[in-house]
Ligand binder design. Structure first.
Ligand code: FAD
Ligand code: DLZ
Ligand code: SF4
Length: 509
């Protein structure tokens, strides 16, 4: 009676539900590197290396504990290339009579898993993934009967339920949200500590060679590779963030500075999404830092809100609404993704900077993703599925359950307002206020029309004109539409013509 415990690449947690009752004497743990997962979108080479290296280190840690591990390497001669075939082969190899898996985090893989019992011929037990604060059932209960699913209200319930940053029944500091303190521009002279870099060990080196040979042609630089790939390294990354950057996380959460691609951000999403860190321990560390006086409340609340609030909320929205959620296109956006997203030269300084940060680091922080590349795709009317494939491919932390709602819902408003009460559309003024990008740009954020006009300014008004039928009735859009109503026909025509020109030239696919 052998039980095969199949662990997916984002389930690298010793306490994951599929391993909780692991019998070291009788069970086999199976992990599989497969070509299909490395290529269903052209993932950034650093992302593929991160997953493979973390999987190999996790397998070694299990072996050190005495577990029998069947690890399928990408370059093994008999590698069948996909999850289902790999699992079937492993069941046969070990004569397994039962398979245990923690439910896949992504809908695409969850659908595959539904076929695993018939494919393997043995019972496959799918267990809940209880590494999150909020179960699917809990989120459904919260969402039931609500007209809008506003994150802020969900977050408050999560605060009450977990006791995080609570003083009795009241939020610590008397407020749920300190966002108004968190919108500072970052002074040019403010020193920004660099996040720790984790030098590749022999296991990672071998993976880097493999990825260079097989996927080196994907968009993105493979090296320098500096991601934490073990739990011990991820804990060091957490420690470094809490001691060196958390205190300023709140103030500069929305700021973008040309020479500081990571700002005061944690870079912990990848480690959490792979399972090297648990969200609870990350939040606990941040709250402890506040209690010890090492970080102010606006920083700690802002950080906890991202994890306890946004991260749990987007997972809830995803599982509540899939598979239909991915199909929506509320603004009928159909244009192709501009080549600038894949690194084609562009005179738009902010776009060039965010794309190049992404190419070098498989990372861009939230405001770069939302207000530069996301905002541009929204204003330009790029088809949601093209944008989503890009975000899913290029970031080390990208997994469908978290990428899709952020892109489809938050950045593109393609869900028609399930996540955001209005589109995050912004002109160049926002980027000019929150960054130093405009200083080195060929365009001027103060110019509204003409050859020097910031393309975001032109596209912003064109976006409002094109989507008037869908958006003018939204009370939160009343102000921009009131301003648009003052534009005479000649001005509208000039905006439309210049927007067309920008799409044909600067935003060519
Ligand atoms: P920090 O700024 O340090 O924030 C702390 C943590 O909060 C993050 O590690 C993350 O776990 C969580 N968090 C913050 N914002 C969000 C959010 N909006 N949704 C979910 N979790 C959040 N995040 C992903 O993990 N994977 C993705 O594929 C992803 N795609 C995105 C696509 C778009 C268009 C946008 C606008 C956002 C996306 N995000 C995604 C959310 C967010 O941008 C990243 O989590 C964050 O930039 C990761 O960097 P960090 O770890 O330094 O985060
Ligand atoms: C992202 C990724 C990559 C690149 N490769 C693998 C892999 O070879 N094996 C694996 O188990 N998981 C991989 N992953 C993560 C999966 O694509 C997917 O996100 C998880 O299975 C959750 O659904
Ligand atoms: Fe970006 Fe416009 Fe500023 Fe140039 S002027 S960096 S395009 S916001």
């Amino acid at each position: 009676m052998t039980t095969l415990r199949f662990v997916l690449g984002d389930q690298l947690t010793r306490g994951v539900s599929s391993l909780r009752d692991l019998d070291l004497a009788r069970d086999v743990v199976c992990l599989a590197e497969v070509h299909e997962e490395a290529t269903y979108v052209p993932h950034h080479p650093q992302k593929i290396a991160l997953f493979f290296s973390a999987m190999r280190h996790f397998a070694d840690a299990l072996r050190a504990e005495g577990a029998t591990v069947d690890y399928l390497r990408l370059d093994d001669a008999h590698n069948p290339g996909g999850f289902t075939a790999a699992l079937v082969a492993a069941v046969r190899r070990h004569g397994a009579t039962r398979v245990v898996v923690t439910e896949p985090s992504e809908f695409r893989v969850r659908e595959l898993a539904d076929g695993w019992t018939s494919a393997t011929g043995v019972p496959v037990e799918l267990r809940d993934d209880d590494r999150f604060f909020c179960s699917h059932a809990r989120f459904r209960r919260w969402a039931q009967g609500r007209k809008g699913l506003r994150m802020e209200f969900f977050y408050r319930e999560m605060r009450r339920e977990t006791g995080l940053l609570m003083e009795g029944d009241e939020p610590a500091g008397g407020q749920w949200n300190f966002d108004h303190d968190n919108r500072k521009r970052m002074p040019a002279t403010l020193p920004v500590p660099h996040p720790p870099r984790f030098a590749p060990d022999a296991i990672t080196r071998e993976v880097l060679d493999l990825v260079a040979a097989r996927y080196g042609h994907h968009f993105g630089a493979l090296e320098p590779f500096a991601w934490p790939v073990t739990r011990a390294d991820a804990l060091r990354a957490l420690d470094d963030f809490v001691t060196a950057r958390l205190a300023r996380f709140g103030d500069y959460q929305d700021a973008m500075r040309d020479d500081a691609p990571f700002g005061f951000h944690s870079l912990l999403a990848a480690a959490m999404n792979l399972g090297l860190l648990l969200p609870r321990e990350v939040c606990d560390r941040a709250v402890d830092a506040w209690r010890q006086g090492l970080a102010p409340l606006n920083a700690v609340e802002g950080f906890v809100r991202q994890i306890l609030g946004w991260r749990e909320y987007v997972r809830g929205v995803y599982w509540l609404n899939m598979p239909g959620y991915a199909q929506g296109n509320a603004l009928s956006a159909r244009r192709p993704l501009p080549a600038a997203y894949w690194g084609a030269p562009t005179p738009m300084r902010c776009v060039a900077r965010c794309v190049d940060d992404t190419r070098r680091n498989a990372y861009a922080h939230h405001i770069q993703r939302l207000m530069v590349t996301g905002n541009l795709a929204l204003l330009a009317g790029v088809a949601p599925d093209e944008v989503e494939r890009w975000y899913l491919a290029v970031y080390a932390d990208a997994l469908d359950w978290v990428e899709l709602p952020n892109t489809h819902g938050m950045a593109l408003y393609a869900d028609g307002g399930v996540m955001a009460s209005k589109p995050y559309a912004a002109s160049g003024a926002y980027i000019a206020r929150m960054s130093d990008y405009c200083a080195g740009c060929a365009f001027d954020p103060d110019e509204k029309l003409g050859p020097r006009a910031c393309p975001f300014n032109v596209l912003y008004w064109a976006f409002l004109m094109e989507n008037e039928a869908a958006l003018a009735g939204n009370p939160r859009m009343a102000m921009p539409y009131k301003n648009l109503a003052r534009f005479d026909p000649a001005r509208r025509a000039a905006i439309a013509a210049q927007a067309d020109d920008i799409r044909r030239t600067l935003l060519a696919p």
